[in-house]
Design a protein around this ligand. Structure first.
Ligand SMILES: Cc1ncc(COP(=O)(O)O)c(C=O)c1O
Length: 390
């Protein structure tokens, strides 16, 4: 650990709330899939700010667009119109399904919007039904409602009492959703690939059966595509693998290429928000929307959705070759497990070797690299991981 990282550790302990554990490295700049610490050391980045930097670091199109917009207009609030916000909403709708968009600043906020929308929809359309069925192990953010929606008590238990109205069932078990449905149920909320818990894709047929159940029982289907959206899984949106469309979809992470932005899309059936129902000071400001428009433009121009599918296969083969256990994922969202609890040690070993990977728990490693990753970079990552794994 460098002396300046040691100083930062001490300062961080003094001045930052200790909400998470950080690795002992301080990054100062990036370029593509490479990121550099304060001593100039280079690391190959297979985490991309936790599935955020879809175009890697300092992508010239994003830098150019954000710089120009920063010099013109950064923020206005939502008391007024700005062109980038409307352009972005239109682009997202064109890429997904007929809907309208609410902009916010993060995944948790996008899911809060979806939850509020479902509650209002239930008041209007299902006799005040308000319960949302979600899955054990899911992750939807860190606000009070979203830790309650998420099925991981370690995130919600310290913050009792929690809001009412969330029922948890096992993931990939459509029958469990059917049995948990009551007159109080208003919606089912799912991640098409559970991300934070360690990459668990929906089983074949699962999303389709849940969609049919929601249709036949007048429920909303909310898909949290905060981590899976925008090409990461080898389709623009992960639900497209299942040939279904949600009523409500949430996005964030990769949308702004690192500039914070979240979005909640709702189809005409679900879109019951009226003026005054919801809002955000910063949500969809011109800077964030311009960044997102640049990201979407480059993904499309450079055919990065297909590239992600191809690179996902290569990454999968590279991991297979490590002899890892329980390999799972979709596109450039892959995970594997070690039999022994050595994932954190592996993560540190990789960092020392110049490679960024993410240990989601003691056993599992998650890889969510930028969509621009190349075959040569995957070969390099493979060589480094093989060396560290021994
Ligand atoms: C599926 C999913 N939903 C929501 C969130 C929360 O997003 P944010 O941290 O931007 O609030 C995350 C973050 O990991 C996520 O993976």
């Amino acid at each position: 650990m460098s002396s300046s990282t040691r100083t930062i550790l001490e300062l961080a302990e003094q001045y930052l709330m200790q909400t998470g554990r950080r690795l002992p490295v301080t990054f100062v700049r990036g370029n593509g899939c490479r990121i550099y610490d304060e001593s100039g050391r280079e690391y190959l980045d297979l985490v991309a700010g936790i599935a955020v930097n879809l175009l890697g670091h300092a992508h010239p199109d994003v830098v150019r667009a954000v710089s120009a917009q920063a010099g013109a207009l950064i923020h206005t609030s939502n008391l007024y119109f700005t062109q980038p916000q409307i352009d972005l909403a239109r682009r997202l709708v064109e890429l997904s399904f007929p809907s309208r968009v609410f902009f916010c600043n993060s995944g948790a906020e996008a899911n809060e919007a979806a939850i509020k929308l479902a509650r209002k929809w239930g008041a209007r359309n299902r006799d005040g039904a308000f319960e949302i069925i979600t899955t054990t192990g899911s992750f939807h953010g860190r606000t009070l409602a979203t830790i309650t929606a998420g099925g991981q008590p370690k995130y919600s238990d310290p913050f009792q009492p929690l809001p009412d109205g969330f029922v948890h069932v096992a993931f990939n078990d459509a029958a469990a959703i059917e049995s948990a449905t009551t007159d109080k149920t208003v919606a089912v909320m799912l991640e098409p690939v559970m991300g934070e818990i360690g990459i668990i894709p929906a089983a074949p047929g699962y999303l389709k059966r849940v969609r049919e159940w929601c249709d036949s029982h007048n429920l909303l289907l909310i898909l949290d595509e905060v981590q899976t959206g925008l090409g990461r899984t080898g389709k623009w949106f992960a639900h497209q693998h299942a040939g279904i469309t949600p009523d409500v979809m949430t996005l964030a992470k990769g949308l702004g290429g690192g500039v914070p932005i979240g979005a909640c899309l709702a189809n005409p059936r679900a879109d019951v928000f009226e003026p005054g129902d919801h809002g955000s000071t910063f949500g969809g400001n011109p800077l964030a929307c311009t960044a997102a428009l640049a990201v979407l433009h480059v993904i499309e121009r450079d055919s990065l959705v297909g590239h992600a599918a191809e690179m996902g296969e290569l990454l999968r083969d590279a991991i297979k070759d490590l002899g890892a256990k329980d390999l799972r994922g979709l596109g450039l969202m892959q995970a594997f497990e070690f039999e022994a609890p050595k994932a954190k040690q592996f993560q540190l070993g990789c960092l020392e070797a110049g490679l960024i990977v993410n240990a989601v728990d003691d056993h599992s490693i998650r890889l969510v690299p930028p969509l621009i990753i190349t075959g040569q970079e995957i070969d390099r990552a493979h060589a480094l991981m093989a060396k560290v794994a021994g």
